[in-house]
Ligand binder design. Structure first.
Ligand code: AMP
Ligand code: GLY
Length: 425
C-alpha cells in the first residue's frame, strides 16, 4: 500500500522510520518532510494544511492511508475534508475529526469532556469578558500558584503559572484583552496540581478499541534542572520507572484511559488515531489529567517508536478497520531515550541555515531530523529544534550515555542540548 505522513518534524521522521520497516508499504510519502525523512521515504513539497494540493497528490499516487503528525491540520479539519469528498472518502486518514480535535484545540472543551465523563482532573472555571468578576472571585478562592490557560492553540505558550493572586488577576485581564490573540478570548483557570508528569499515548479505533503505547516523559524547559523557558521538548525517556508499577498503570487505565475512550465514542466525536494524555502523578499515586493532545508527542515519539517491536502498519490498519484490539502490540524491553539538539537562542530568536556536520560519524544511535533542510547538497538547520539523537540501552542510563556521546559528534554553530535528560527519575 501507499502511505503518506503529514508533517515535518522529528515526530514525523520517527513515525516514517517505523512505517518504512513494514513489508506492507510500497511507497511512503512525507508532506512536506525534512532533510531526514527523505532517507526513509519520498518528500513531497506540499504543506500539511494545503488540502486541495494533498487531494491531487493522493489521487495521482494512489495513496490509501494518510497519517497526520501534527495537530494543526486536524484542528483545521483534514479528516472531514477527506471524508466529505467523493473521490477521497475511501482513503483512510488516521486522526480525529475537526470536532474530535477540539480535545486539543479548546481547553474548555477538554475540561468539560473530563467533567462529563468523571475523569480525574484539576478543578476549573472558564472565563470570558462576560464573567470576568466570577473569574476574579474563583482565583481568590484558590491557593497559589495560579494556573491560567488560553482556551485555544497558542503555539505551546498559552499556559501561565503565577505565584501571586494580584498578578494572576492582572494576567487574566491581559489574556482576555488579547495577550495570546483570539486564543485567549476565553481563559480556563485551573487548580494547581503538584506531582511528576507523564505522557500516555493511546491508539484508538473509534469504536471503543484501544492500545496503550509505551509511557514516556519529556523535558520541556530549555535549561538543566528543568529551568528557564518552555520549549517544544528537549528530550524524552521511555519507559518511565514509576509507571512500570502495574498498580499505577491499572489506575491510569481504569480511571482515565477507559472513560476517555468510551467518552469519545459516546459523544460521537468521530475520533480515531492517537490520544496523548498528559498526566500528573499527584501525591499518593493519584493520576490526574493535565491535558489531552490529539496526536503523538514530540519528542516522545522519537523514543517511543524504538520500543514498538510490532509492525506499526498493522496497528494503523487496526484503526482503519475499527478493530485495533486484534492487532499485535509488542514492546521492546530495552529503555529508549532521545536528546534534542537545538539552535543557539531557542526558544527565543535564533538563526537558521547553519551548516551541520558529523552526522555520518554517529554510531549506535538513530538520528531523527526535526528542523533541517537540504541546501546545495548540504544539510542545514531550519528550525529551533534541529535533530534528535535516539538510543537504546539496557537501562536509561546506558541509553543516555550513548545519546550524549553521539550528540557531541554533531556540530553546527550555536548547537545546544540538555545533558541532564532523565535526571529526576
Ligand atoms: P498544558 O498545555 O495544559 O499541558 O500545560 C502546559 C504545562 O503547564 C503542563 O505540562 C504542566 O507542566 C503545567 N500545568 C498545566 N496545568 C497545570 C495544573 N493544573 N497544575 C500544575 N501544572 C499545570
Ligand atoms: N512533548 C509534548 C508535546 O508534544 O506536546
Amino acid at each position: 500500500m501507499n502511505i503518506m505522513v503529514l508533517g515535518s518534524g522529528g515526530r514525523e521522521h520517527a513515525l516514517s522510520w517505523k512505517i518504512s520497516q513494514s513489508d506492507k508499504v510500497d511507497n511512503l510519502y512525507i508532506a512536506p518532510g525534512n532533510a531526514g525523512t527523505s532517507s526513509v521515504g519520498t518528500n513531497v513539497a506540499i504543506s500539511a494544511e494545503d488540502f486541495p494540493a494533498l487531494k491531487t497528490f493522493v489521487l495521482e499516487k494512489e495513496v490509501s492511508m494518510v497519517l497526520v503528525g501534527p495537530e494543526a491540520p486536524l484542528v483545521a479539519g483534514v479528516v472531514d475534508f477527506f471524508a466529505n469528498d467523493e473521490e477521497l472518502k475511501s482513503v483512510t486518514v488516521i486522526g480525529p475529526s475537526q470536532k474530535g480535535a477540539e480535545m486539543e484545540g479548546s481547553k474548555e472543551f477538554a475540561k468539560d469532556f473530563m467533567a462529563r465523563h468523571n475523569i480525574p482532573t484539576a478543578g476549573y472555571l472558564s472565563v470570558t469578558t462576560d464573567n470576568l468578576d466570577e473569574g476574579i472571585d474563583f482565583l481568590s478562592s484558590l491557593e497559589a500558584p495560579y494556573v491560567l490557560k488560553a482556551d485555544g492553540l497558542a503555539a505551546g505558550k498559552g499556559v501561565l503559572i503565577v505565584d501571586s493572586l494580584e498578578e494572576a488577576q492582572d494576567e487574566l485581564k491581559a489574556m482576555l484583552d488579547g495577550k495570546f490573540g483570539a486564543a485567549s478570548a476565553k481563559v480556563v483557570i485551573e487548580e494547581h496540581l503538584s506531582g511528576i508528569e507523564l505522557s500516555v499515548f493511546v491508539m484508538v479505533d473509534g469504536k471503543g478499541g484501544y492500545k496503550i503505547l509505551p509511557t514516556a516523559k519529556d523535558y520541556k524547559r530549555i535549561g538543566e534542572g528543568d529551568t528557564g523557558l518552555n520549549t517544544g521538548g528537549m528530550g524524552a525517556i521511555t519507559p518511565v520507572p514509576f509507571a512500570e508499577n502495574p498498580e499505577f498503570m491499572k489506575k491510569v487505565e481504569d480511571r482515565i484511559v477507559k472513560p476517555t475512550v468510551e467518552g469519545l465514542v459516546k459523544d460521537e466525536l468521530d475520533y480515531t488515531g492517537f490520544v496523548f494524555i498528559g498526566l500528573m502523578n499527584c501525591a499518593g499515586d493519584n493520576p490526574m489529567v493535565i491535558e489531552y493532545n490529539v496526536r503523538m508527542g514530540d519528542p516522545e515519539t522519537e523514543a517511543v517508536m524504538l520500543r514498538i517491536k510490532s509492525d506499526f502498519v498493522d496497528l494503523l490498519e487496526g484503526i482503519a478497520k475499527g478493530d485495533i484490539s486484534s492487532a499485535n502490540l509488542e514492546f521492546d524491553e530495552r529503555a529508549a531515550v532521545t536528546v534534542m539538539l537545538v539552535s543557539g537562542g531557542y526558544p527565543e530568536a535564533y538563526e537558521k541555515g547553519k551548516v551541520m556536520s558529523g552526522m555520518e560519524t554517529v554510531e549506535d544511535s538513530i538520528l531523527f531530523h526535526a528542523g533541517t533542510a537540504d541546501k546545495d547538497g548540504q544539510v542545514v538547520t531550519a528550525g529551533g529544534r534541529v535533530i534528535a539523537v535516539s538510543s537504546y540501552g539496557a537501562t536509561k542510563e546506558d541509553a543516555l550515555a550513548t545519546s550524549f556521546k553521539n550528540a557531541q559528534k554533531i556540530d553546527f554553530e550555536g548547537v545546544y542540548y540538555r545533558s541532564d535528560i532523565g535526571f529526576d527519575l
